[in-house]
Write a protein that binds this ligand. Structure first.
Ligand SMILES: *[C@@H]1O[C@H](CO)[C@@H](O)[C@H](O)[C@H]1NC(C)=O
Ligand SMILES: *[C@@H]1O[C@H](CO)[C@@H](O)[C@H](O)[C@H]1NC(C)=O
Ligand SMILES: *[C@@H]1O[C@H](CO)[C@@H](O)[C@H](O)[C@H]1NC(C)=O
Length: 509
């Protein structure tokens, strides 16, 4: 989560983390060995079931943000969510489809079944979903503060459910959770300053690297044409290869890698390795480690009247996280542990070894692709952006940024425009070919596909790979009307776009 306080940027990261792997094990080396191999006996437990859960940090992160900058009373913030959980909310088609996709697992878990299939069958589009246990938990946290969860009765009930489901996160782990607060990472590219999340996210570093590669060509006119798509894909492939050196800086020294990836010289080196007439097999990009394949996630952008801004990406990882819902609290357990790499005797799909910088350790946070970003121009807020969609996030945010801020598309067109994605391995460009919730067709052009095929790209169509949110501020014309934030804060018209690929919508107050 990233908060811009008119001029001061602060990053509040609340990724999940695992604090230890067994009760009372304090011997760190032993514990690390244990943790690294904790999924060796049954690799499916890394993403499915309570053992896949990391210590949830979202509530602590939101509280830390409120404690610094909140203006409303803590308790009042919970009322809308309590009402939704207690009185019910309508299942929309996107959720109904997600439930259908995960039907077997949802019906197999007593907690999920009680909430999402109360009559023995999955809730359908238009039906009401209630979660009274979660309403009680939200009430307790509203009244008693976050201590109810981190160290109080709620946390104890959650830990008990986790234990019964075969997990190892304890009430002590919840109590021991600490929010990491650090300065936002700053990256300059194409005449803009990006404030974003430092490692363990690879988002800001990845975005900056791709933009610096593309921004270094003599002119950026090419971005308006098919050559722009080709060069973007090539830059992304190089970025994915090097970003796997990153990990939690509290545990691995990534300072050298970060400064190299952010340097113009490194971008020049990569640009020289891009050929306009061809793409290359994966080995050409010199990847050392197998790719992270993360997924799930939602993203929210906010700008207020003073031009304070928030970019927040949050996730339980997969649809319905670990596929376990704690019955006594109504909380879905995340499967965030799947974002760590583990030593493996079975080769990954790309035949590369797992990245050691992202191995499991007590208290460590996993590598991610989250790219919440606040964009500044000449010190003023130009935009807020971010996306959900795992590995595709960095590529999606890059394309939306370029579409609006460099190519000059309107904010809506910039988000709506069909996107391409790449995972380095397999060596396939995935292009969007989809119909949105409200019937909009998002389709990559056949001419662009032909252009890419001639350069040796293998193409495959995909449903939406990532869902992007964007707010932009018009920095050319100020709007009238006062407000706080200081003399030097520019106030232009704000335009907000919620990606039509999901059925969210922008809201203005
Ligand atoms: C990047 O990280 C790897 C280890 O993951 C290390 O071997 C390499 O020296 C680092 N590069 C720089 C420039 O620090
Ligand atoms: C691309 O161009 C380079 C230099 O202009 C040439 O050497 C190479 O053969 C070309 N590759 C393809 C696949 O056309
Ligand atoms: C999440 O990742 C897993 C493993 O790579 C994949 O099987 C699954 O389809 C992904 N789910 C979503 C919602 O992207």
């Amino acid at each position: 989560m990233l908060i811009l306080r008119t001029k001061l940027a602060m990053l509040i990261s609340f990724c999940n983390s695992v604090t230890h792997c067994m009760d009372g094990w304090l011997a760190e080396t032993m514990c690390i060995v244990c943790c690294q191999t904790m999924y060796a006996a049954d690799p499916t437990t890394k993403f499915k079931g309570a053992l896949a859960m990391g210590v949830p940090g979202e509530l602590a992160g939101l509280h830390a943000a409120w404690a610094r900058y909140g203006r409303l009373p803590w308790k009042s913030l919970f009322a809308p969510a309590i009402a939704l959980a207690r009185d019910g909310y309508t299942i929309v088609s996107y959720v109904a489809n997600a439930l259908k996709d995960e039907e077997v697992d949802v019906l197999a878990d007593p907690g999920l079944r009680a909430v999402f299939a109360p009559g023995g069958r999955l809730l359908r589009d238009g039906e009401l979903c209630r979660n009274p246990a979660l309403a009680d938990v939200l009430e307790a946290v509203a009244e008693e503060g976050v201590a109810a969860f981190y160290g109080g009765a709620v946390g104890e009930r959650l830990a008990e459910d986790v234990r019964r489901a075969g997990g190892i996160v304890t009430a002590e782990d919840l109590k021991g959770y600490r929010v990491g607060v650090s300065k936002a990472m700053e990256a300059d590219a194409m005449g803009f300053t990006f404030l974003g999340m430092p490692p363990p996210s690879s988002g800001t570093v990845g975005l900056a690297l791709v933009l610096n590669v593309l921004g270094g060509y003599k002119s950026t006119e090419f971005l308006k044409g098919f050559l722009g798509v080709h060069r973007l894909i090539e830059a992304v492939k190089h970025m994915l290869a090097v970003r796997m050196d990153l990990g939690d800086p509290g545990f691995v020294n990534v300072a050298g890698n970060v400064s190299e990836m952010m340097s113009p010289e490194f971008a020049d080196k990569i640009r020289r390795r891009i050929a306009d007439n061809t793409t290359f097999p994966p080995a050409y990009y010199l990847a050392k480690w197998s790719q992270l394949r993360d997924n799930g996630t939602s993203h929210l952008c906010v700008v207020d009247g003073d031009r304070n801004a928030v970019a927040m990406t949050t996730t339980v990882n997969y649809y319905f996280g670990a596929h376990v819902l704690s019955p006594s609290t109504g909380i879905v357990l995340n499967n965030e542990m799947d974002d760590f790499s583990v030593p493996s005797s079975n080769p990954a799909p790309d035949q590369l070894p797992p990245a050691p910088a992202n191995f499991i350790a007590p208290g460590k946070r996993p590598l991610s692709s989250m790219t919440p970003a606040i964009i500044l121009r000449d010190g003023q807020l130009a935009g807020v952006v971010g996306a959900s969609g795992g590995t595709n996030i960095i590529t999606a945010v890059t394309q939306v940024f370029l579409n609006h801020f460099v190519v000059g598309m309107s904010p809506l067109a910039a988000v709506q425009s069909p996107r391409v994605y790449h995972k380095l391995v397999p060596n396939v460009v995935r292009y969007e070919d989809a119909t949105t919730a409200d019937g909009e067709v998002i389709e990559f052009s056949t001419e662009a596909m032909e252009f890419l095929r001639r350069r040796g790209h293998v193409l495959e169509s995909t449903s939406p790979g990532a869902v992007c949110q964007l707010i932009v501020q018009d920095l050319l014309a100020p709007v009238s009307g006062g407000g706080g934030g200081g003399e030097n804060v520019f106030r232009g018209m704000l335009t907000a776009v919620s990606d039509p690929r999901k059925d969210g919508s922008p809201a203005g107050l």
